[in-house]
Design a protein around this ligand. Sequence first.
Ligand code: NAP
Ligand code: GDD
Length: 350
Amino acid sequence: MKSALITGITGQDGAYLAKFLLSKGYRVYGTFRRLSTPNFWRLQALGVFPKVKLISMDLGDFSSISEALTASKPDEIYHLAAQSFVGASFEQPISTSDMSGLATTRILEATRIHSRDARFYQASTSELFGGSQLGPRSESSPFEPQSPYAAAKLYAYWMTKIYRESYGMFTTNGILFNHESPLRGLEFVTRKISNACARIGLGLQDKIRLGNLEARRDWGYAPDYVESMWMMMQQDKADDYVVATGVSHSVADFVQLACERLNIDMSTHIRIDKSLLRPLEVDRLVGDAKKAKTLLHWEPRLGFSDLVTLMVEADLKRWKDWQAGKFFPWDAPLYPDANNIIVTRYSLDR
Ligand code: NAP
Ligand code: GDD
């Protein structure tokens, strides 16, 4: 039986990947960090919580990373843990550089020392491309990071390649474009919209405050994307792959479809909040996943319209179940009202 170690198993991708690897017969270990309140709701929602072995690890702590490797003796390491919110990276640029950048080197070093034969996956991102180019981005497109998050991830991308080329280790970069699901964090725009629309539909909320409605992203479905991670790790030779649907939509398109699904009048409920505009924005991202399609035989299964429907319906069902007094693993009732969160870096600078 193969063993896999997933850093960041409590996140969106970590939970879906754990479920996928269990279905493939892996023994799955996952790292979590100590919080004042445990955060295992995604693993519980997918029904895999009792089936994974959990190891406490913090990305800033090399000894805990080493212990995670020696305890799990992994054949495959999926390094997903990071400060993953671009917006927060402007508010916390130094810790983001550490957790989304330098931490990858800590894990690569620990892997070189303790698990040199293990295969290593780095969660790279379409944010590396940044900039304002128009066309679809592939593995050979130039990088032009536009945020502390993207700059940190670019460093991690290069370190992953450097360990491959210097030490002959199997290290791979999955350059994944945005992927979403009902398990997405509530601060990301798609889930913010699906959750708010569900609440508006039920009369629990009146307005959604959003930033740049014109930004365009190539949005796919997270369970499809975690499969590509595993496929990269099964190849004879380590390499880097772009994973994307090849189609982009604007934030306004997402809002419009979500409102249509619930018969909500978009103009009445949407408000633009300038404090949610980023100091530097990536206006549009669309990917060219030809290499992944050809070599990995990966294909996205769920399209944009079905993704919006799935997310809106999932949040609507949750709020209805909650109103009916049902108890189930879920994040939204514990989340503060977005209007109560001050976006410091942006609002102070404007
Ligand atoms: P996510 O839901 O935010 O999950 C991030 C994970 O990292 C969580 O388990 C989190 O733990 C953990 N983490 C954060 N800081 C940590 C620390 N200091 N020590 C230990 N663990 C820490 O992100 P995701 O959407 O699943 O994305 C997974 C990875 O893919 C990230 O590296 C992200 O940058 C990258 N990526 C994501 C996308 C996308 O569209 N989703 C696209 C490209 C790349 P807590 O649960 O305790 O917070
Ligand atoms: N979060 C958020 N909240 N974004 C908003 C809002 C809002 O109220 N209004 C407009 N947007 C715009 C952002 O400015 C951005 O252009 C776009 O919506 C998407 O924002 P996010 O959902 O926060 O995702 P992201 O594209 O910045 O980053 C995600 O995808 C990357 C891959 O391209 C994250 O998952 C990253 O970890 C990942 O690397």
